[in-house]
Ligand binder design. Structure first.
Ligand SMILES: NC(=O)C1=CN([C@@H]2O[C@H](COP(=O)(O)OP(=O)(O)OC[C@H]3O[C@@H](n4cnc5c(N)ncnc54)[C@H](O)[C@@H]3O)[C@@H](O)[C@H]2O)C=CC1
Ligand SMILES: O=C(O)C(=O)COP(=O)(O)O
Length: 540
């Protein structure tokens, strides 16, 4: 049973899907923070939220259960992504569901500013018929500057063009070709547009580059009377600069939907003339809320039930087709990681993964993560395909990847060299049939062995009688050998060799000591792997 926590008010349509989903139960708990939020997050497998909840490192402290956080909306700035990644939690969002509604809200703010609609309404309902005071500005023929030409910025541009405005845009990823196809003029910097525009609207995330995009210094550069709109994130405009600009007349109006600290019920801007503010309503339409809730709930259920990862902001995507194609390989990679950790013994500082054959044509980032999860699982609690690469890098372990499309003996194979502490080992694997993991290489030896359960690996000199002697040790201790594989150096006898036994049950210490005592045996190790068919929780 997957337990889902609904942390914010989301559309009923999303809850209806939860009600109808088998193996899912949910609770709606809004307004949580602090210790209550921390405790709640640890009782559920997934959660869905909007901007009203802050997921901090503290709220994830000690969390061992949560697997996915879904933002029913765009901005994931209220979720501490490094903390979520470290805990192995996928963070996903619904990037397009509220685009049009937010663009419409930004445009509504632009029109409200131009025609003094909120102030005129207030004056009228207070009993004044003041037509002279609320002389407005026509937007047709005026120039709008847009910073951030992503989904919302482009929708705002097309609405402005429909209102006969000229549009100048800045976005580091906007090309001249794209700009002319949309019908806007591209500029190379924000400063370049400031003296030319009558209105400015921003549609970027809050980043070090966009924080304080309009500050005191910009007030000298703007065309006097510039009206500024922000329906993106609080902090992109500096509030003190906005107040100064309004007082000096450098700014003709300010419209804000978003604030640096939300909820915000106290701002020096509130009540000033030519200021229009709304309490973060950009995405608050029935249409947008239905879309983000339905999409968000599907993302959450699909991830928890099938492992499909879409619209993740902290891990590579894994669509159902790729997941199906890679499932067997993820299993092999995870088992090879577990084997490599135990066979190497510690002090690892380098991991080089080589893919050969068909798998080399796929997006293998998630397979790398599966190997790393296995490699770290015995060292770090809860390593999984979301956090393992981050955990690896945090430990100073370098990861590299090579791909060769030509096939070897198998349609697809993965070979990993793990080095450090003066020792290098190699493990290689492949999938037989749909999902039968096989070990096909151990150090320099080729062999074919099951990759499950208990393995006893013994390195030895390739001389007659060794296999029989090892077999006798186990026979006398009443331990069954399920399968045995041997790989040796070159084709001729007499060199070094390696044996891999799949053992049923545990190996007592005295049996192990007897194998170690055989003269030609140079190294013996018992390796613990998941049983056949057993999958890690993130793959089952
Ligand atoms: N008020 C509200 O209720 C809502 C606010 N938003 C916010 O609106 C913003 C934009 O959302 P989308 O258009 O969906 O995102 P998007 O990712 O489609 O577009 C963002 C654009 O900003 C550009 N950008 C990033 N840094 C920039 C910089 N320094 N200068 C210029 N451009 C830069 C990117 O290249 C990208 O094209 C986000 O912050 C989002 O959180 C989104 C939905 C609702
Ligand atoms: O999607 C976004 O980025 C938003 O800002 C919308 O926020 P909300 O879901 O309305 O709290």
């Amino acid at each position: 049973m997957h337990r889902i926590l609904v942390l914010d008010n989301i559309a009923q349509e999303g809850l209806v899907i939860l009600d109808a989903s088998p193996n899912v139960e949910y609770e709606v708990r809004t307004g949580l923070s602090g210790e209550d939020l921390r405790t709640a997050l640890n009782e559920f497998d997934g959660a869905i939220l909007r901007s009203g909840v802050k997921i901090t490192p503290e709220s994830l402290e000690g969390n061992t259960r949560m697997r996915a956080l879904v933002r029913a909306g765009v901005g994931t700035d209220n979720i501490d992504k490094p903390a979520a990644t470290r805990r192995g939690i996928v963070v996903m969002n619904t990037p397009a569901g509220n685009t049009v509604s937010t663009a419409e809200h930004a445009f509504a703010l632009l029109l409200a500013l131009s025609r003094n609609i909120p102030a005129a309404n207030q004056s009228l309902v207070e009993g004044r018929w003041d037509r002279k005071k609320y002389m407005g500005t026509q937007v047709a023929g005026k120039t709008l500057g847009i910073v951030g030409m992503g989904r919302i910025g482009r929708e705002v541009a097309s609405r402005a063009i429909a209102f006969d405005m000229k549009v100048i845009a800045f976005d580091p990823f906007l090309t001249d070709e794209q700009a002319s196809a949309i019908g806007v003029k591209r500029v190379a910097t924000v400063d370049e547009m400031l003296p030319q525009i009558d209105y400015l609207t921003v549609h970027t995330p809050l980043t070090p580059e966009t924080k304080g995009l309009i500050s005191h210094a910009q007030l000298d550069k703007v065309k006097p009377g510039l009206r500024v709109i922000n329906a993106a994130r609080g902090g992109i405009y500096d509030v003190d600069a906005l107040v100064e600009g309004l007082k000096s007349g450098r700014l003709g109006g300010v419209a804000l939907d978003v604030f640096e600290n939300e909820p915000c019920t106290d701002s020096p801007l509130f009540g000033m003339p030519n200021v229009v503010c709304t309490p973060h309503l950009g995405a608050s339409t029935e249409e947008a809320q239905t879309q983000v809730a339905v999409e968000g709930i599907h993302l959450l259920i699909n991830y928890l039930q099938t492992g499909e990862i879409r619209h993740s902001v902290n891990v590579a995507s894994l669509d159902p087709k790729t997941l199906d194609e890679l499932r067997g390989f993820l299993n092999v990679a995870h088992r090879l990681g577990l084997l490599a950790c135990q066979w190497h013994g510690g002090g690892i500082d380098q991991v080089s993964i080589t893919y050969r054959g068909e798998v080399a044509g796929k997006d293998t980032r998630v397979v790398n993560n599966a190997f790393c999860a296995g490699l770290l699982e015995r060292i770090v609690d809860d390593a999984n395909i979301v956090n393992s690469e981050m955990l690896l890098r945090e430990r100073g372990i370098e990861l590299s990847e090579e791909k060769h499309r030509d096939k070897g003996a198998f349609a697809s194979s993965i070979t990993v060299k793990v080095s450090g502490g003066g020792r290098s080992i190699i493990v290689g694997g492949a999938v037989l049939g749909q999902n039968m993991p096989r070990l096909i290489m151990l150090d320099e030896y080729r062999l074919e062995s099951f990759l499950d359960g208990k393995l006893l690996i013994f390195a030895h000199k390739d001389v007659p009688g060794i296999i029989g002697r090892v077999g006798t040790v186990f026979g006398t201790h009443g331990i069954n050998i399920a399968q045995m594989a041997v790989g040796r150096e070159g084709d001729a006898p007499g060199g070094s060799a390696i044996g891999v036994l799949n053992i049923d049950g545990d190996v007592p210490a005295d049996a192990l000591a007897e194998v170690e005592g055989i003269d030609a045996v140079t190294q013996v190790k018992i390796i613990d792997l998941p049983k056949a068919g057993e999958l890690p929780s993130w793959l089952s």
